[in-house]
Design a protein around this ligand. Structure first.
Ligand code: S3P
Length: 429
């Protein structure tokens, strides 16, 4: 589906951030690991979290609705089936990689498949350590899905230092570790910490990094959780509010976990006028309303160590950089090439289509910003990637002529209400 984007004057009003898909998918998968009832409030309708529900259902979880909440009764670690057939992870890298840890740990025979995009993403990073722990896994050529897990024996615990700052890899090994005598994951560069927080895992800060411990003796907590608003989705409005003159947007109920919210600091140092209001904590996650008012932006350099903390926000941060008064750069982001599409290439193309000068590196971009930029009209290709579709929409609406976004339905992966919210804020709702 193509979505036509007409020029937008300013964006005004408030929207509720959609529920966080990272936390929601974990809530579903972790609920499978206990045979007690987990209660999940504010579970998202978006495609990836719905995929996670279908996956746990095919492994034996019972899912019901009560008073608007999702009630999940899992199988417990010991109750997982010996064979589960084919399980479709759709577009979701998080579901595939975390589920891989559970299947390897429980010795469940299964085949994990994904859509065209997910079937191109490397699974080598999880396959290698899982095999080291004793799992028998067959992958398609190039270490991609379909991934076949052979029914297996108990895994051996490992001490595993993460070779790449990836919360999906970290979580995969921690979940497999829940079926071992003892497993430790050592994280030298922090990545999102939802898994260790939600599973209440023991952590130790040491000189070389964070040591996270897991074992079969660790009790899996029974969840009673409200899914916070998704900071990564809110980031689109933070950038839009900053770059559309005369805008004032409030994004309500946004998760502010400090392993996720790096884009907030980056936008603030670029001169974005963002304030946090009505802060509170639910479970272990801080939440607040984010108010953004349009302002002039300065260029910035995002350092490699900042990348894991803003990895999903880089496409829309690049749009902000296009309106800054000078040259901005981010490097150390080679991981972006392994997302739902090659996001370095996709962002370079989207900015060039809009008339922005960009230099592409293996691991980042140099963006020549211009506060007077009037984006050229274009047919923006989303590459079926939700974040590229939304970043394209934000730049396109700032133009003076109509543009269109190809495969605009990609937003449903994380933010099904995106187009409604855009219309509402633009006064067209
Ligand atoms: C995610 C972790 C990140 C992120 C992805 C969701 C998660 O990926 O890009 O959208 O839920 O753990 P990596 O951990 O592979 O960097």
């Amino acid at each position: 589906m193509n979505r036509v984007i007409s020029p937008v004057h300013s964006l005004n009003g408030s929207v509720q951030a959609p529920p966080d898909k990272s936390i929601a998918q974990r809530a579903a998968l972790f609920s499978l690991l206990t045979d007690k009832e987990s209660v999940i409030c504010n579970y998202p309708q978006a495609a990836d979290p719905q995929t996670a529900l279908l996956c746990i259902k095919s492994l034996g979880a019972k899912i019901a609705r009560r008073n608007g909440n999702l009630i999940i009764t899992g199988t417990g670690r010991a109750g997982l089936p010996k064979n589960a057939g084919t399980i479709d992870c759709g577009n979701s890298g998080t579901t595939m990689r975390l589920l891989a840890g559970i299947l390897a740990g429980s010795g469940t025979g299964a085949i994990l498949t994904g859509d065209t995009s997910l079937s191109k993403r490397t699974m080598k990073r999880i396959i290698d350590p899982l095999r080291k722990m004793g799992a028998e896994i067959r992958a398609a050529e190039g270490d991609v899905a379909p991934l076949q897990f052979l029914p297996g024996n108990p895994l051996t615990g490992i001490d595993f230092e993460l070779p790449v700052a990836s919360a999906q890899l970290k979580s995969c090994i921690l979940l497999a570790g829940l079926f071992t005598d003892a497993t430790t994951v050592i994280e030298t560069v922090p990545s999102r910490n939802h898994t260790e927080k939600m599973l209440n895992l023991r952590t130790e800060q040491k000189a070389g990094g964070l040591w996270i411990h897991t074992s079969r003796d660790h009790p899996v907590p029974v969840l009673d959780i409200t899914i916070p608003g998704d900071f990564s989705s809110a980031a689109f409005w933070l950038v839009a509010g900053a770059i559309y003159p005369g805008s004032k947007i409030v994004v309500k109920g946004t998760g502010l976990n400090n392993t996720r919210s790096g884009a907030l600091e980056i936008l603030k140092r670029m001169g974005a006028d963002i304030t946090i209001e009505n802060e509170f904590t639910t479970g272990s996650e801080p939440i607040g309303d984010l108010r953004v008012v349009s302002s002039a932006l300065k260029p910035t350099i995002i350092q490699p160590e900042e990348i894991p903390n803003c990895i999903d926000e880089l496409p829309v941060l690049a749009v902000a950089m296009a309106f800054a008064d000078g040259v901005s750069v981010f490097r150390g982001a080679a991981e972006l090439r392994h997302k739902e599409c090659d996001r370095i290439d996709a962002v370079a193309r989207l900015l060039r289509s809009a008339g922005v000068a960009v230099t592409e590196f293996d691991d980042g971009l140099e963006i020549h910003g211009n506060p007077g930029l009037i984006p050229k009209p274009a047919l923006f290709n989303s590459y079926h990637d939700h974040r590229i579709a939304m970043a394209s929409a934000i730049i396109a609406g700032r133009g003076s002529k109509e543009s269109a976004i190809e495969h605009a339905e990609a937003v449903n992966v994380s933010y099904a209400e995106f187009w409604n919210h855009f219309d509402k804020l633009a006064g067209r709702g």
